[in-house]
Design a protein around this ligand. Structure first.
Ligand SMILES: CC(C)=CCC[C@@H](C)[C@H]1CC[C@H]2C3=C(CC[C@]12C)[C@@]1(C)CC[C@H](O)C[C@@H]1CC3
Length: 382
């Protein structure tokens, strides 16, 4: 299951990606919410291409029949796979979850958005962000965490992202919140960053580096751009020690998580720890936060277990994640495709996300998977 093979990097082409974003998303990056954005897309052919490019890696594949070559084909195209995944999934994420694309712990009585923000503050605190620092957010999504951390710490945050549409969304939200002076969003592959050596005071990554074809590659780049003495903190998606690659049910769960979440190859905790040390970090802390004895488990919103709701406001947020609401989205998107309002592939994407969510819940309940393995590492001072 570990990835011992050497990975070659995908050649970047920023013009091709920007042209594709314009064709697929048109002006929808300025739309108010995820659902409105979903319905105001551009070229239907571009959508078909994104769907084909993404699902070619998963269609007709199963844990039973999958070969090493299938996995290698996915990791070889890690950047294209992830870029197209987010071309397809971003609007649904915003509609169903919000603008911070990550899970979190929940304390007693805490509302959904408050818990999400606290998870971000916790990481900012762990890496010691101070006012005025230059901080890098690796895989910044539409910038929810970067905005929260900029407001919370008064630092300057640069978000790095491989998806042009998400960069447009992030830039739009930062402008709307009057944060343009504190935030900047940059296009790029985190396996081959364009930043000079030693350019950031601190770096964080929230549930993003799982998209890397090899953790050593992305952690190595983070180590390079971090100033000596600077600290890196990450919430990593990993398979736990209970995961057994010889168990078909376990492999089924891992593949469902990978397909529903744009991941080419998810690795065990040991591989992440080794990668941190190999690239040179002095490991200050590592802990699976999913193992803390919280009354409400991290996965409860996507499990649709409404009994865990802690405030009336959360009902509206979490209702969208229940099986009933997912089914409604499935039927509605199917209908919109039929009458030619939504481009083909919208329903297929919604279904893959729902299947991925079931995989996440099954993985969590069987303790095979964690989305919040915290690692904090320091780059030694010269
Ligand atoms: C993909 C990675 C590495 C991180 C994203 C974590 C979460 C924000 C997403 C994982 C599964 C997603 C689903 C949705 C929103 C975003 C996630 C929780 C939906 C609830 C969006 C609305 C759809 O109808 C159902 C989705 C299920 C999965």
């Amino acid at each position: 299951m570990g990835s011992k093979t050497q990975i070659s990097l995908e050649k970047e082409d920023h013009k091709r990606d920007a042209d594709f974003k314009n064709a697929l998303h048109g002006k929808s990056a300025q739309a108010t919410g995820g659902f409105t954005a979903m319905l105001s897309k551009g070229d239907k052919e571009a959508k078909k291409l994104a769907v084909d490019e993404y699902f070619k890696h998963f269609d007709k594949k199963s844990a039973e029949t999958e070969t090493d070559a299938d996995r290698e084909a996915r990791t070889a195209e890690y950047a294209t796979l992830t870029r197209h995944y987010y071309n397809l999934a971003t609007d649904l994420y915003e509609y169903g979850w919000g603008q911070s694309f990550h899970f979190c712990r929940f304390s007693v009585g805490e509302g959904f958005h408050q818990a999400i923000a606290r998870h971000e503050h916790f990481l900012a605190m762990k890496i010691g962000i101070q006012p005025g620092m230059k901080v890098l957010d690796v895989g910044c999504g539409v910038g929810g965490p970067a905005r929260e951390i900029a407001k919370f710490t008064d630092a300057h945050v640069t978000g790095l992202n491989n998806n042009d549409y998400q960069i447009d969304r992030a830039t739009h939200y930062a402008f709307k919140e009057g944060l343009s002076d504190q935030l900047k969003f940059v296009k790029g592959d985190f396996m081959q960053m364009s930043f000079p050596d030693n350019s950031f005071d601190a770096v964080y990554a929230i549930e993003a580096t799982v998209h890397a074809p090899k953790l050593e590659g992305v952690y190595g780049e983070i180590f390079r751009v971090l100033k000596p003495g600077g600290v890196f903190g990450v919430y990593e998606w990993l398979m736990t020690d209970d995961y057994d690659n010889n168990n078909l049910e376990h492999r089924d769960i891992r593949l469902a998580i990978e397909e529903g979440n744009g991941i080419s190859n998810m690795v065990p905790i040991s591989e992440a720890l080794d990668a941190m040390k190999t690239v040179g970090f002095e490991l200050l802390q590592h802990e699976d936060l999913a193992q803390r004895p919280d009354r409400n488990p991290w996965y409860w919103p996507i499990a649709g277990e409404l009994g865990y709701i802690q405030s009336y406001m959360d009902f509206l947020t979490v209702f969208r994640m229940t099986h009933a609401a997912r089914k409604a989205v499935h039927m509605f998107t199917g209908f919109l495709e039929l009458i030619n309002i939504a481009p083909k592939g919208t329903k297929k994407t919604a279904d893959a996300l729902a299947k991925g969510a079931d995989g996440l819940v099954a993985g969590a309940k069987k303790n095979l998977f964690t989305p919040m393995y915290l690692m904090v590492g320091r780059k030694p001072a010269n």
